[in-house]
Design a protein around this ligand. Structure first.
Ligand SMILES: Nc1nc2c(c(=O)[nH]1)N[C@H]1C(S)=C(S)[C@@H](COP(=O)(O)O)O[C@H]1N2
Ligand SMILES: [Mo]
Length: 211
């Protein structure tokens, strides 16, 4: 594979402490529906899914091999085959959440992943569970995902997040056209990649120091 940078809009923020075990909670407006453990996900028969990855800032990597279970199979395993509400919000251990339309989240290529290229997802890649939504820009592929919540009301999205962010439609930004943000976004790639890696490196060595 081509090198995939550690990437984030918060390059000075270290990754969160990873949950020791995969745990994925499904809620409806915050009301509990189901909790899946690593064993529950394993029972759904995780497979390899090959996909390209496109960050909104214009870098891409091709042919990544993610291991995991399609999110829609995870839903189906707890009896959800129809949307409980039109919107979904997935939440990460480290930050803001990621918003989806049901039809985007339940697409066949959206995976709840545990491995990349044969290795368990680590603190760089957002383990033990991350979303991979290859038809949408990378910011929808939330790392360190622990829960997803059905919402009736259209969720508020982060400033630069498009609700759908479909790569095929170049939905890069909620208000600005793609051509306008592409150039400035591209300029952010080298410093962001460098700083995000440096933050991770320092975080890892300070953890080692404390151990
Ligand atoms: N929890 C969390 N998920 C995240 C991010 C983040 O900072 N935190 N960054 C997003 C962005 S902008 C991209 S492009 C991809 C990058 O994934 P990578 O760091 O594994 O390359 O993760 C996305 N998911
Ligand atoms: Mo990104």
């Amino acid at each position: 594979m081509t090198e995939m940078p550690r990437f984030t809009d918060r390059p000075f923020k270290p990754p969160p402490d990873m949950a020791a075990e995969p745990r994925f909670e499904i809620t409806n407006e915050g009301a509990p529906i189901a909790v899946l453990s690593g064993a529950d996900l394993e029972a759904l028969g995780p497979r390899d899914h090959v996909a390209d990855f496109h960050c909104v800032t214009t870098w891409s990597v091709t042919g990544l091999v993610w291991r995991g279970v399609p999110l829609r199979d995870v839903f189906a395993s707890v009896g959800i085959t129809e949307p409980l509400a039109p919107y979904l919000v997935a939440s990460s251990e480290d930050r803001r959440s990621v918003a989806f339309l049901w039809e985007d989240a339940a697409a066949a290529d959206v995976i709840l992943a545990t491995h990349l290229d044969g290795d368990p997802l680590d603190d760089r890649r957002g383990g033990p569970l991350r979303l991979v939504a290859p038809s949408q820009y990378g910011y929808k592929s939330g790392k360190f995902i622990s829960a997803i919540d059905f919402r009736t009301e259209r969720p508020k999205v982060m400033g630069k997040e498009h609700l759908r962010a479909r790569v095929a439609h170049e939905e890069r930004h909620p208000r600005l056209p793609s051509w306008m943000v592409k150039g400035p976004y591209r300029l952010t790639i080298p410093p962001t990649g460098y700083l995000a890696e440096r933050t991770l490196r320092r975080h890892r060595s300070s953890k080692l120091g404390r151990a």
